[in-house]
Design a protein. Structure first.
Length: 303
């Protein structure tokens, strides 16, 4: 059986309140990070966070973006991943200092916090949750967050070898949310389903997650369960940066700061942290920014 890469697969366990997602990011991972010269340890951490973002996005009924951040006060300052509802993913990291390949994410954070942001496209209210980092893996951080903040039993497995990333998620849902074709009575009486399926899933290895086709993986782990696999969704690298969005960011600096940069450098150069696209604004471009900013301020004063 041929392995399909860059895909998000949803599945559920018939006759139980347990559902799952699995994801593999190969080209998506490489395109997201190939223009960023990151140490191997950070690439692996970002790969795991990218896989996690797709897994969690698949559980949401929202047209918008999910942003996961790990913020630290040590060598590592920031890991950030964004996944939109079409499974377009982008990621970047900020750090200061030397990082050895044998150092883990948790060697680098120091007093970190985990931030999750839901940003609806349709004008809905943005949600942000912030919790201390608890646990010794990205999986543990996310599981703790889901249990404490969302009150949903969740188990997550993540892996990244520096070339591709993969992950699997299981959630225990209220019986009324299960889409099983079996009777509600049967669901209620399978009280051990969550523990049983979780123990089976705990046998998964990094090699299996990264290399096995989804059908083979599910059969190997859950061959005694009745698993329904849904049609896959494609994942991709996608960066939403535009010249206009960069211009809006520069306007936030204010005319005085823009003038200062122009006086010192003659132009303003900005590289996107996610895709490394270069944007340059000369004095004429900057003058237009400042004029539009003044016009916007005048409009606010009139209204």
């Amino acid at each position: 059986m041929i392995k399909v890469t860059d895909a998000l697969n949803r599945f559920l366990f018939e006759n139980t309140p347990v559902r799952g997602n699995a994801v593999n990011l190969s080209n998506t991972f490489q395109l997201a990070l190939n223009k960023q010269n990151l140490p191997l340890g950070l690439k692996r951490a970002l790969g795991e966070l990218m896989a996690a973002s797709a897994l969690l996005t698949a559980t949401l009924k929202m047209n918008g973006s999910l942003v996961l951040q790990i913020q630290g006060k040590g060598i590592l300052k920031l890991l950030v991943v964004e996944c939109n509802s079409e499974f377009g993913v982008r990621a970047t990291a900020k750090y200061k200092g030397e990082i050895r390949d044998d150092q883990t994410l948790f060697d680098l954070i120091e007093h970190g916090q985990f931030v999750i942001t839901l940003d609806p496209k349709d004008g809905g209210q943005t949600y942000q949750g912030i919790v201390p980092i608890e646990g010794n893996s990205i999986s543990a951080i996310l599981e703790n967050y889901m249990l404490r903040s969302e009150q949903i039993d969740t188990k997550i497995w993540l892996s990244c070898d520096g070339n591709s990333a993969a992950g699997m998620l299981l959630q225990k849902l209220p019986e009324t949310m299960n889409q099983s074709t079996k009777t509600d009575d049967a669901i209620v009486h399978d009280l051990d389903a969550w523990n049983r399926i979780g123990h089976l899933a705990d046998t998964i290895t990094d090699e299996e997650m990264l290399n096995l086709p989804i059908e083979t993986l599910l059969h190997r782990l859950f061959h005694e369960e009745d698993v329904r696999l849904f049609e896959a969704s494609n994942t991709k690298f996608f960066c939403s940066c535009t010249r206009n969005s960069v211009a809006n960011m520069l306007r936030m600096l204010g005319n005085e700061e823009i003038s200062s940069i122009l006086e010192e450098q003659g132009k303003i150069d900005v590289n996107c942290d996610f895709c490394n696209t270069h944007y340059s604004f000369d004095k004429i471009d900057a003058a237009q920014l400042m004029v539009s900013d003044v016009a916007a301020q005048s409009s606010k004063e009139i209204h």
